[in-house]
Design a protein around this ligand. Structure first.
Ligand code: 3EB
Length: 331
């Protein structure tokens, strides 16, 4: 297996990976509250897995790996990469805006003193993401809190990490934010088919989301592509409302367009959906699983590992979203 970060889905329980391997940076266990984390490398995620068999997501990289705690953040650190995660119980950290600001404050103060200062990708799992109307919607409040913490001077264009923002059940007590970081920033890639999210017009909320459509990073001579959560959005508008199959196909066209744009920027290297890559497919309505799966299976190479999770998408009219990590090879 090439590269700096190896991601795979495995059927053994989380404890197996946490006990036996010393190159394990993180183990993600689905369908559990992040407040149940048992150690720094154990990251429960409150999204139910929809397909079978039940699996965990394992991240491995060059060790030795040390782990620790910083304020409310837990982290694991290899030679070249750091994974960190924060879970804030919303009952004791104010409203969503306040909790989001706090999570990003902690994340940033951790990164400032870390040997791996640059976040490459951030995952945000937000209880009741579509709850509330207009600008009170919890996703918009989350975006406000994130923008409160991430101070960007006017005219400044810092590298932005790739990101995913997905809704967990309204009953889930904790906001969860986790990330992958490295010593150098990734190369930002924007999708020519989509308006950059940080330029979204006012109608989507008072503060724009702060993420790039993808980042490419290079370690040990190979490049990896971190794909942000990608949905059926063209320009800035949702397409194929109420049509889950078409939304999935459009999302996949966006992923392919993004990978092509990365190729244009990198020159002689291209990212592939091959056996070393992974796709994570979020499905709002569990009854849509078969349709989503059929669409993906007919359009994405079967050797790319994938998992289907029940998750709400950040716009109420989006039914599915794709998230992934793939390798680049020279050509
Ligand atoms: C979109 O295309 C989907 O707020 O961090 C995707 C990935 C989306 C990340 C975020 C939002 C975020 O607008 C929404």
């Amino acid at each position: 297996m090439p590269g700096g970060l190896r991601v795979s889905y495995q059927t053994e329980p989380a404890s197996h990976w946490l006990e036996t391997d010393d190159d394990v940076l993180a183990v993600f266990e689905f369908g559990r509250s992040p407040l149940e984390s048992k150690c720094a490398r154990h990251v429960p995620v409150a999204l139910q897995q929809l397909d079978q068999p039940s699996r965990v997501e394992v991240w491995r990289c060059q060790g030795p790996i040390k782990s620790g705690t910083w304020d409310l953040l837990n982290f694991a650190q290899g030679e070249q990469l750091t994974m960190g995660h924060v879970a804030l119980d919303l009952a004791s950290h104010g409203d969503m805006r306040e909790a989001s600001r706090k999570a990003y404050d902690i994340l940033q103060s951790f990164l400032q003193q870390s040997p791996h200062q640059w976040p490459l990708k951030i995952w945000n799992y937000i209880p009741g993401i579509n709850h509330g109307t207009g600008d009170d919607e919890l996703y918009r409040q989350f975006c406000l809190g994130r923008a409160d913490a991430v101070l960007i001077a006017p005219g400044d264009r810092p590298p932005l990490p790739a990101a995913t923002a997905i809704g967990t059940p309204l009953e889930e007590p904790a906001l969860q934010v986790y990330f992958l970081a490295a010593a150098l920033p990734g190369l930002d890639v924007e999708n020519p088919r989509q308006v950059s999210a940080w330029r979204y017009p006012r109608q989507y909320g008072p503060r724009s989301p702060l993420f790039s459509r993808g980042t490419i990073f290079r370690l040990n001579g190979s490049r990896q592509f971190l794909i942000s959560g990608t949905a059926s959005v063209i320009g800035h508008q949702t397409h194929h409302e109420n049509q889950v199959t078409n939304q999935l196909s459009e999302s996949l066209r966006n992923v392919k367009s993004l990978l092509d744009e990365g190729h244009r920027q990198m020159g002689g290297s291209h990212a592939h959906l091959d056996q070393n890559g992974i796709l994570k497919i979020y499905v709002r309505n569990p009854e849509d699983l078969d349709l989503v799966r059929q669409a993906l299976e007919s359009e994405a190479p079967a050797e790319t590992q994938r998992i289907y999770l029940q998750g709400d998408i950040c716009r109420a009219n989006l039914l599915t979203e794709i998230d992934g990590m793939v390798y680049c090879s020279s050509m």
